[in-house]
Ligand binder design. Structure first.
Ligand SMILES: NC(=O)C1=CN([C@@H]2O[C@H](COP(=O)(O)OP(=O)(O)OC[C@H]3O[C@@H](n4cnc5c(N)ncnc54)[C@H](O)[C@@H]3O)[C@@H](O)[C@H]2O)[C@@H](O)CC1
Ligand SMILES: Nc1ncnc2c1ncn2[C@@H]1O[C@H](COP(=O)(O)OP(=O)(O)O)[C@@H](O)[C@H]1O
Ligand SMILES: [Mg+2]
Length: 276
């Protein structure tokens, strides 16, 4: 087992080349946020913008329009229930589906449309409600570069492993049957990539607050849009999310997602200029 450390993040978060534009840093589409959980999509999109994504769009319930624009004018918005969803999917390089999507029939319909529209070259991050829907409805895995971000209960649904049975060995065996990268989130997050296992060295109980996982999806998306190879970008994102929360937690009892998001640009700048 390998450790996820700052060294890995430092190696991938480098200064930006001069001859670039917004299209050079990923076109991210976040799909989620129903009428109840609009905040989840806003946190995911905010994390993507603050982690350096070039362009971020949010496909959501239209009820979230004013809140999203007020909180995050950098993001574009579309109604997830219209054919604008398919158009946006085709234009995106990295897609997140699930934060605050919900698990009702509307959510299931949206998820099936996403799975039908994505292509093999696109990165698809499957989180939260989308994981629950895949597990409960036994959906076929889509053709894309998949990244799964289950918390322990979602991992139970997806892998069939009860919480007490989620040993590293059992989780690795279950992960091997699912295509893509699995980020098994907990107080001790493990990332399963092929035959390799990475243990996160950062993070703590200040992160135990709603929206922490939604925030992680945005950071992964932004890193996948900016840095290569994908596996290193994902590993760096997991570390950076938790490490920035640790920085916030030095002076704060809770590392609220919005606080972590606000700290991202300064930490990424620091990483990019520090010697390897
Ligand atoms: N502000 C917002 O809009 C928020 C929206 N959220 C969205 O709400 C939807 C449901 O997410 P939930 O995470 O509640 O998922 P679930 O609906 O799957 O609920 C998981 C349940 O298991 C419990 N639990 C026990 N052990 C746990 C563990 N180790 N890790 C996680 N949960 C554990 C939780 O308390 C919860 O009752 C997702 O789409 C998510 O993105 C949440 O992220 C919270 C914040
Ligand atoms: N006690 C803890 N120690 C370390 N990390 C934690 C702890 N509690 C939560 N986290 C992290 O916070 C995130 C929670 O994700 P998730 O449960 O999906 O949140 P949400 O769906 O509310 O956004 C994960 O990245 C998890 O590793
Ligand atoms: Mg979650």
């Amino acid at each position: 087992m390998k450790q996820l450390t700052e060294q890995l993040a430092r190696a991938i978060v480098r200064p930006r080349s001069r001859n670039t534009y917004k299209g050079s840093f990923g076109k991210i589409l976040i799909i989620g946020g129903n009428a109840q959980y609009g905040g989840a999509a806003i946190m995911s999109a905010s994390a993507a913008v603050y982690a350096g994504a070039g362009l971020v769009s949010v496909a959501t319930d239209p009820v979230n329009r004013s809140a999203l624009h007020a909180r995050l004018p950098e993001a574009m918005i579309l109604d997830a229930s219209t054919s604008a969803l398919e158009t946006a999917i085709h234009q995106a390089t990295v897609i997140v589906v699930g934060p605050g999507l919900g698990t009702d029939t509307t959510a299931l319909k949206i998820l099936k449309r996403v799975f039908a529209a994505v292509s093999q070259t696109q990165v698809l991050i499957i989180d939260g409600s989308a994981i629950t829907l895949v597990a409960t409805h036994h959906l076929a895995y889509p053709q894309a570069q998949l990244i799964w971000t289950p918390h322990q209960v979602e991992w139970q649904r997806l892998s069939g492993l009860a919480l007490a049975a989620q040993t590293i060995e059992a989780s690795q065996q279950a992960a091997a049957k699912i295509p893509g990268i699995i980020i098994a989130k907990s107080a001790q997050t493990h990332v399963f990539i092929g035959h390799e296992i990475y243990a996160n060295t950062a993070g703590g109980p200040a992160m135990a607050t709603g929206g922490s996982g939604d925030t992680l999806t945005g950071i992964i998306a932004a890193f996948a849009g900016q840095f290569h190879p994908l596996s290193q970008a994902v590993l760096a994102a997991v570390f950076v999310h938790s490490h920035v929360a640790d920085i916030v937690a030095m002076n704060s009892y809770v590392a609220l997602p919005t606080m972590v998001i606000r700290e991202l640009p300064a930490y990424l700048k620091q990483l990019s200029v520090s010697a390897n």
